[in-house]
Design a protein around this ligand. Structure first.
Ligand code: AMP
Length: 213
């Protein structure tokens, strides 16, 4: 059973790589950011609570996030493996995840994508995603084939609300202060694999596959 966790700063390619790996292994890609954006679009109670926090670049409270992930991991499709993208983002979440999966970090692989901060700000300025299905594009490296229309579902391709400079700075700060300790936590358990996240998507994917062998 494959239990894979992606850690990386905003704009490091986590979403893109996690989606690819999920289709390679035929296991679900569980992105807490996607789940929250869906809740915001649907106007649910969770969405209303998360929207202003996400817009500012801050982190949604741990208890809410742990609840969402616990419910999602209980679903049938996650019983033969999963790829977590964007969770855990704090030490509290990492500890709670250990309890949720039952046997701690046994069989878990954590991939940390390394991308310097200077590269992040540049990447995010050119990032676009599909408002409908969440497909991710980059205006230079991976643009949609037809202007601002999604290749996969035909909906509009837009910039994320939190992909502005102020929110990105806050997100980077949250990453350094709250998420990097999570990488250290997994390193101490010898399940962390650090992968250079700079370069073409295909090359980074090859490095990821190699790091899992
Ligand atoms: P992402 O798509 O992973 O960049 O997440 C977008 C935003 O959703 C983040 O900036 C947070 O506001 C929120 N978020 C996603 N996952 C988590 C999490 N595990 N803990 C707290 N907030 C989260």
């Amino acid at each position: 059973m494959k239990k894979i966790i992606f850690i990386g700063p905003p704009g490091s390619g986590k979403g893109t790589q996690a989606k690819r790996l999920a289709s390679r292994f035929e296991i679900p890609h569980i992105s807490t950011g996607d789940m929250l954006r869906e809740a915001v679009n649907d106007g649910t109670e969770l969405g209303r609570e998360a929207a202003p926090i996400m817009a500012s670049g801050g982190l949604v409270p741990d208890d809410l996030m742990v609840g969402i992930v616990k419910d999602r991991l209980a679903k049938k499709d996650a019983q033969s493996g999963f790829i977590l993208d964007g969770f855990p983002r704090t030490l509290v979440q990492a500890e709670k995840l250990d309890a949720i999966v039952g046997n701690g970090t046994e069989g878990v692989r954590v991939l940390q994508l390394l991308v310097p901060d200077e590269a992040i700000v540049k990447r995010i300025a050119l990032r676009r995603s599909c408002a409908q299905c969440g497909a991710i594009y980059h205006l230079e490296n991976n643009p949609p084939a037809n202007g601002s229309v999604c290749d996969r579902c035909g909906a509009e391709v837009v910039a994320r609300a939190d992909d502005n400079e102020t929110a990105v700075r806050t997100r980077l700060e949250a990453f350094h202060r709250q998420t990097l300790p999570v990488a250290t936590f997994y390193k101490s358990k010898s399940v962390l694999r650090e992968v250079d996240g700079v370069g073409p998507v295909d090359e980074v994917f090859e490095r990821i596959e190699k790091s899992l062998t």
